[in-house]
Design a protein around this ligand. Structure first.
Ligand code: G3D
Length: 176
């Protein structure tokens, strides 16, 4: 990252985007992308996107990858982040337990303390996708009593719910 970029991007709140592989993170970033993709690292494979939600609200979203080998690094990115967005494939019942465990592990880390969480129940366009109530239950979100969290449905494929979701993220950060 060049010095000019880093200065410019430091001013906006940072959001870390995580989730299992295939949850839809890359598709989501692709959808959200309006301006420049600041950096894509071929070695680590993460994407960084600056989101202009409205005239006064911008976020920098970091997609830090979801494959098994990457998961141990998730918490590293949380330091200094305003919020955590956990993307889950609401159509994949078989991997809900894995998603629940991955989320639990991240939130247990001290870097994640006090970081608001938005769960994105992605792939809501699929006819068999779980509702946000069902996803909440599967991920055991009710157990996170000492954390600010929200859940929203979206489709990274057709863009439905995305803007609203990230406006919620911005609001959660402002409230903090
Ligand atoms: P990842 O970056 O989290 O690993 P990807 O996930 O963005 O690569 O998405 C994995 C697959 O899910 C892709 O399909 C992608 O098109 C699909 N996908 C992502 N978001 C949605 C969504 O909202 N709805 C639907 N129906 N599919 C979605 P392929 O076939 O390319 O593997």
């Amino acid at each position: 990252m060049g010095p000019i970029h880093s200065k410019r991007f430091r001013r906006t709140p940072q959001v870390v985007l995580i989730g299992l592989d295939s949850a839809g993170k890359s598709t989501l970033i692709y959808r959200l992308r309006r301006g420049v993709v600041m950096e894509t690292s071929p070695t680590v494979g993460f994407n960084v996107v600056r989101l202009e939600l409205d005239k006064k609200t911008a976020l920098t979203v970091w997609d830090v990858g979801g494959q098994g080998s990457m998961r141990s690094h998730w918490t590293h990115y949380l330091e200094g982040s305003g919020a955590l967005v956990f993307v889950v494939d609401a159509g994949d019942r078989a991997r809900m337990d894995e998603a629940k465990k991955a989320l639990k592990t991240v939130l247990r880390d001290h870097h994640a303390r006090d970081v608001p969480l938005l769960v994105l129940a992605n792939k809501s366009d699929l006819p068999n996708s779980l509702t946000i109530g069902e996803v909440s239950e599967q991920l055991d979100l009710q157990s996170y009593t000492d954390r600010v969290w929200e859940i929203q449905a979206c489709s990274a494929l057709n863009g439905l719910g995305l803007n609203q979701a990230f406006l919620s993220v911005a609001r959660m950060i402002q409230k903090k």
